[in-house]
Write a protein of this length. Sequence first.
Length: 336
Amino acid sequence: MYLYEHSGDGKAFKCLLCPHECVINPGKTGICRVRENDGSGIKLTTYGVISGYASDPIEKKPLYHFFPGHRILSVGSYGCNMRCDFCQNDQISQHGRQSECMTISSEELALRAQLISGNIGLAYTYNEPSIWFEYVIDCASAVKEQGQFNVMITNGYVNKAPLKEYLNFIDAFNVDLKGFNEDFYRKYTGASLKYVLDNLVMIANGGRHLEITTLIIPGLNDSADLMSAEARWISKSLGPEVPLHISRYFPRYKRSDPATPLETIIKLSDVASEYLDYVYTGNLPADIGGSNTSCPSCGKVLIKRTGYETKNTGLTYEGRCSVCGTKIISSDHVKI
Ligand code: SF4
């Protein structure tokens, strides 16, 4: 698969990794700040460069229906192909490679994932991992070879050919669906919604585990109509069983508006629940709730969550409701 091609007089190259398809002159990087024309092609400047490294509960990704209660070694780097002015991770996402940074080879990282007791694999997260293509693929193939799992937390803004390659190695995705409106995407992220929607369908059709997160920003994407349209689309195009996490915004990066009111998150969660089986709220105080997994058929609470702590209160090892037998989670994604 080709990740770039010649453009114009041959000194510039066009990057084919994401829909921006940046034409990059020698010595320059694309919009993501990490893919550079070195004179002979476009190279990843952050191969093996790690900005964040932690063993996290998988609930923190957030993934609630993929090995709930387990931990996953999580890594991130620098850069992003979106320019959200509400970015919650701008210290790493809106910068390129830093002069002082930790580097870890793909073999070493996979080995570390294997040696942590109870760890299920590797999560590519924190900044946008789809632009880290060469490193993610090398790590992910090593992780698969050792019988573990790969997880990607992404904005979903990637071209079809590289996504197809990711689907060969990534077992579970959480895709940020930042709003259900093309104008919102153009104005506040510098990207286009239609590619993200197409990729969500491709991931679901590819048989990979999929969850979605939408960050609610007051006055930008917090209308009930927008959430209703988003939830209806998810239900119809991906399936009502795809979990949706509705997350509370806090002022960061270029935005100083106050945090999203709790009532807004709860109201939008109720709206989405009319169409979807599993709607969760995120970034709320622990006593507000909204993070338990309940059976959509009989209402039994199956997994209780307090912060990132989980307690199984009724999910069988086959991933079913212990009361009515409804399938909740794939039996392959319950216990290792
Ligand atoms: S991955 Fe980076 S360089 Fe390539 S098209 Fe996207 S933003 Fe541009």
